[in-house]
Write a protein that binds this ligand. Sequence first.
Ligand code: MN
Length: 291
Amino acid sequence: MKKVIGVYRNQHMHWVGDGFPVKNLFSYDRLGQAISPFLLLDYAAPYHFDPATVQRGVGSHPHRGFETVTLAYQGEVTHQDSSGGGGTIQAGDVQWMTAGAGVIHEEFHSPDFARQGGLFEMVQLWVNLPAKDKMTAPAYQAITQAEIPRIEMDHEAGHIRVIAGEYGGHHGPAQTFSPVNVWDGELKAEYETFLDVPAHHTTLLVLLKGELVVNGAQKVLDSSIVMFARDSDSVIQLQAYQDSQFVLLSGEPLNEPIQGHGPFVMNNKAEIIQAFEDFNQGRFGKIPVKS
Ligand code: MN
């Protein structure tokens, strides 16, 4: 079985804007090349919002050099960006935004969710772009729940959804710039499953909720990631001690320098300085005025 080389847990919550109470479960500024091509993952664990007349969230801000992937589990997120992308994602949907050469966007609770209130839960993942694609044109993929293949396990033990890449012959709808698998899944208490992941990839298991034992030996609590060796083994065993909800990420390491600052992730300092200059000069465009 695939060797576990690290388990990291973070239960500390911080606010992103006034709409997203998140726990940062991994970040490139701590883990760098070890998690390439992934950069960051924030988990907004279930949080109750009262009905409100104002939409909470994050106002206009830029990104360059990578992709932001938002998985909505409960509640709704409305997004709008300077490349013309936009829309609302609902529970089960995924927004895959390629910042590329640069977007300015805003991320808010949807008007309906703000009005009604309720439980809100989501994940935001940042996926790095290969150096040759960092200045690609911005793009926006709105992926609905219905487009995501969902593979049920035997005995109703759980399921896997294939958002990107491939699992058991099922292909995820997201288009990616490098080989990446993004699966999310659930495994009910007292069941086990085996996941087959590509050998030699970076492989990260993100346990959002529940409690698992990995490969028969490693106990893992919620709000944790498990990092696996980039070895030739490809099998991961999961045994659920509690109902568990997870995201499995695997990807071919980019093996390129990572230089990031705030909302920009490039390959060197000069490109970061250029990003600030381009942003300050208004070269990232504008969010269209709502009609
Ligand atoms: Mn953003």
